[in-house]
Design a protein around this ligand. Sequence first.
Ligand SMILES: C[S@@+](CC[C@H](N)C(=O)[O-])C[C@H]1O[C@@H](n2cnc3c(N)ncnc32)[C@H](O)[C@@H]1O
Length: 287
Amino acid sequence: MSALVAAAPSRPVADGATQEFSFGTADFERVRALIYQRAGISLHAGKQAMVYSRLSRRLRETGHRSFGSYLQWLEMASGLSGEQEWQEFVNCLTTNLTAFFREEHHFHAFAEDLKARGTSNPRIWCNAASTGEEPYSIAMTVAEALGSGSGARIVASDIDTKVLATAGRGVYPADSRGLSAERQRRHCLRGTGANAGFLRIKPELAKMIEFRSHNLMAAQWSLGEPFDFVFCRNVMIYFDAPTQKRVLERIHAVMKPHGLLYVGHSENFTDSRALFRLRGKTIYERV
Ligand SMILES: C[S@@+](CC[C@H](N)C(=O)[O-])C[C@H]1O[C@@H](n2cnc3c(N)ncnc32)[C@H](O)[C@@H]1O
């Protein structure tokens, strides 16, 4: 890691103010090692400014005056409050960009796959569910393909507890990207009064989904019965190759034979032929 972010506290930040906390290469390296150990996330050298801005808020909230002091405190933290601070640290450093029906071709293929499988109660796992747009898009597709009375179950998980709380509320701005007017009418309740401009996902759709915290790096995965379909999209890009391989092996182990895995547009697992066979554009069949 070569680049130095700011050895001195006087480095100007984007808005022209002086930098509030000193943040040098050693601090960045420490953050980088910690988030890799905890979440498998590999931060490259260009991410110093992002780390500074995301963690500065946490330093302020916890009353620390330097990154060194905060990181030392974090590493010493133990018990429940320690776990809570580690969770805050992770929540600060995840990137949660998502949208309804993102990479829409997957949902067309998924609808066809659902019908072709002929099972009325598929088990589906969305494992980097972020703020919920993805699992709700999955639930909408299930309802449209199999009817609202199907016994489909969706486990929607993420490492970030803050985004999961948003997901669990199921409330989104009415102008959210990716949600057509037809789907808004069919699957959402429109807010009125103080809630004007917002949509709530209908309860019959929301009840298909169980939201839970799950770290793809966790030693133990207890996710219940094997899955027919797994969505693992736009999370592996944050992992290095050995981590991706390990996670892929574990996903393989929690899927049914011939189950389908949907991955992000820049994720490619064609090297893992013993586990997954390419079935379509970024869609793999479990061997
Ligand atoms: C860019 S979002 C992708 C959201 C969604 N899958 C999509 O494609 O729109 C990446 C998500 O992966 C989650 N994530 C990162 N590391 C993780 C880990 N080790 N275990 C589980 N989720 C993780 C982040 O919290 C974030 O919400």
